[in-house]
Design a protein around this ligand. Structure first.
Ligand code: ZN
Length: 304
């Protein structure tokens, strides 16, 4: 199953990539020692870790939402043909993402809203596609919702020196600026109500403008948390950041706050990159959290 109904919203999982991201878990999560990964590999492999605990396995995927008659994409992956000199695993991809989206019943012109939870390399890639030598919006009729704090932070004109460093090289220029120049962006701050079902809120830490999308109406609740979580290990140990969290203290506080909200409201938690069943139900466990169950999405079986 790659589609579920949550209240009045349909959620479909659209895959771009699944497999190793060529980064050792103890590098990806500097607070988690190698022994923990070795011990945890029986339940983490193969969906979240390879069997030898040598690399994190991740999904690059888009959550396609249908709400109030509109098609909404949450994050747009890495994209095809992008030059990523410092992120070789994401450089010059040629995936069938748009075919997968089409199989889900949505063509690029059918997309009404694109949400970039933040502006990292693996969340904005399909914002644009190559047309001759130019990057143009992939979804010509969509409004692209981007957090203004991230737009300003990643804009090279503002001269910031992010922790991610050159890993985001070219990303603003080929995946953000062309959409902005085409007049298709809506830069929002603080909180942004999308419709009766869905709301965007600032959730800073992983990046200054990181945000979460909450389904807060109807019988089923959900929260799309972007990169607040990369591994289920961070549910059990919510203080563990990834090495890409720009503000570690804020990332920890935001992760704890949102996991607490999800536990208290029985909300499904949808991280951007979880393999396996893709989303989790969580519950409080003293001052940490536990996994109560998984969403019914079918795990990816083969890699790539
Ligand atoms: Zn990411």
């Amino acid at each position: 199953m790659d589609r579920i109904e949550l209240g009045n919203v349909t959620v479909t999982r659209v895959r771009e990539y699944f497999g190793p991201v060529d980064i050792a878990p103890e590098t990806f999560f500097p607070d988690v020692p190698k022994e923990v990964w070795d011990k945890s590999s029986p339940w983490l492999a193969p969906h979240f870790l390879d069997s030898g605990a040598t690399t994190v396995n991740s999904a690059i995927q888009t959550w396609l939402l249908r709400s109030e008659g509109r098609n909404i994409l949450v994050d747009t992956g890495v994209g095809n043909h992008k030059e990523r000199p410092y992120s070789p695993v994401w450089s010059h991809l040629d995936t069938g993402f748009l075919a997968n989206l089409s199989r889900a019943g949505v063509e690029p012109e059918d997309v009404d809203l694109v949400i970039n939870t933040h502006l990292h390399v693996d969340h904005v890639g399909w914002n644009t596609r190559l047309d001759g030598r130019n990057w143009i919006p992939t979804f010509p009729n969509a409004t692209y919702l981007m957090p203004k704090d991230d737009f300003d932070f990643w804009n090279p004109e503002n001269g910031h020196t992010p922790l991610l460093g050159r890993g985001n090289q070219n990303v603003f220029e080929d995946s953000v600026a062309p959409v902005h120049r085409a007049g298709r962006t809506l830069l929002w701050e603080g909180s942004h109500r999308i419709d009766a079902n869905l709301r965007l809120d600032a959730a800073p830490g992983h990046t200054p403008g990181s945000s979460v999308l909450t389904l807060d109406r109807g019988p089923d609740r959900a929260v799309f948390v972007g990169d607040l979580l990369h591994s289920p290990v961070q549910i059990l140990a919510p203080d563990h950041n990834s090495c890409f969290c720009e503000d570690p203290a804020a990332a920890r506080a935001t992760r704890r706050r949102l996991l607490g909200w999800a536990a208290d409201h029985n909300a499904l938690v949808f991280p951007a990159h979880l393999g396996g069943h893709g989303a989790a139900e969580v519950t409080r466990d003293a001052d940490k959290f536990a996994i109560k169950g998984w969403a019914p999405f079918t795990p990816y079986t083969e890699q790539r």
